[in-house]
Design a protein around this ligand. Sequence first.
Ligand SMILES: [Fe+2]
Length: 542
Amino acid sequence: MTKNVGTLIPSALPSIQTRFTCGYHPDTPKNPANNPIPSTQSIIPNYSIPKNILPCKKNYTRLSCVKSVKRILYGLVLFAISIIVLNFGVEAAPPEQVHLATNGIPGEMIVQWGTEEDTSAFCSSENNVQYGIRESDLNQTKSGNSDMYLWTTCTHTVTLTELTLNTTYYYRVGGGDEWSDVFSFNTLSEEPEKITIGAIADHGTSSNAQETTSNMEKEIFDLVIHAGDISYANGAGSGNGIGDQSVWDEYQNQIEGLTSKYPHMYAPGNHEEDSEPYGFDAYESRFYTPGTNAFWYSFEFEFIHFVSISSEHDYEPGSSQYTWLKNDLEDANNNRENVPWVVVFAHRPMYSSNGDGDGHGSEIEFREAMEGLLYEYQVDLAVWGHDHHYERTYPVFEEQVYSNNSGSASEPYYKPGATIHIVAGNAGRSIYDGLEEPKPIWSAYREISYGYTMFEATKTSINYKFIRNSDGSIGDEFWIINTIDTEKPIIIPNENNNSVNKTEDDGIVEQIKELNHMSAPLTILVIATTAIFNLNFRKKTV
Ligand SMILES: [Fe+2]
């Protein structure tokens, strides 16, 4: 705003001067009865706006002008008084919608919750978290701030810092007479051997969505990422085109058992954008995002550099999002030694064989704009939503498959040279039944059923799974290994795709799986020894 002031004044000044026709120039007589008000042009050559003269409508007398100003002042005073009275009359509301987020710092946790206020103008509830390592003794208190948008839900945010690692913390939120139940979360250990990430999208409040939530509550996560279309408030059918904001409250209460325990990080979907006046306000107000932009941001979570981007905003080369992503991925790729994996998540899929049409399937424009960055900086995984089924691609770039290994434990991907894409839009919103036929060459596995995805990551491996809601069985599973650079990027001819392409290193895979449970230095030592042994063995057998 400040930047625009200088450019606005010159063009705005003439209209301002016209509006000052009934005001007084210091040099004009001050008796309106005897001195009709001259035109602006006649009294104000080179006129500059005097600060003590207020604008009023053209051809007003001085008396009516003064009355008009008085009315405005009275109005302002009454408005201020009514606001103060209202504010004093409003009591704090009970906390609900408790949810956690992360800024990537292991000893910190972002705690957020909502309160249903009487108006959308004021948040009268307090912003405190009481916490401690014993449920019966919440002996520490931290305060934060709150935010509202054009809705009565106030979102409170408190950042807990200097937490002890590998510790269970108990906490409650609120203040005064209004406190939540006591919840708990675990901090990461100092050097965890592995971390577990949940990954979903297109959730909502349906019975299938609730089933996904309750199934996920049985798992143990360190973090959950959500690739957009969160509550479906804007599809709630209020008939007025602006959705139903109360669906956000319903959703966030429904998922509180999960979000109060594990930090959740989101990417914006098309259903996060409501009609005016809301736009993306609910998304921005209700969820913490690190950095200065809620729509594209990154954070490091132990072994993984997570990047959340937006398929709902400008992503073309030259856009701020594109430039930001390029810089962020370049930095992340240069930091692989410390943070070996890079995972991107956003809403619309670059690859999807959903055949439902109407804006679904592969998001070609998005892919053409940004896939090059994923390839250039060797993003390992990309998690999308939008299409309501599960799908996993082979490592792929520009529709060319870079490895057609199965990805199974006996045939994992070894730094395959291109990104593996996941569609995880089957968390609860009505499932799609149309898949493109024949299956595209880049599609490794797809399934039409509800469920959730999750993956375990160590410094040297990622083990990704799709879990079905129906019976808890594993619908799909694959491995990526990054310690042995044996799988050179290759483009497999289309006609050969999906044929058996056995890796030569089956014997090493099982060892790697065992080694993933060992410490990193020991892992490297044993892998190096194994590689030397294999090399010698091959030399002898050739
Ligand atoms: Fe969507």
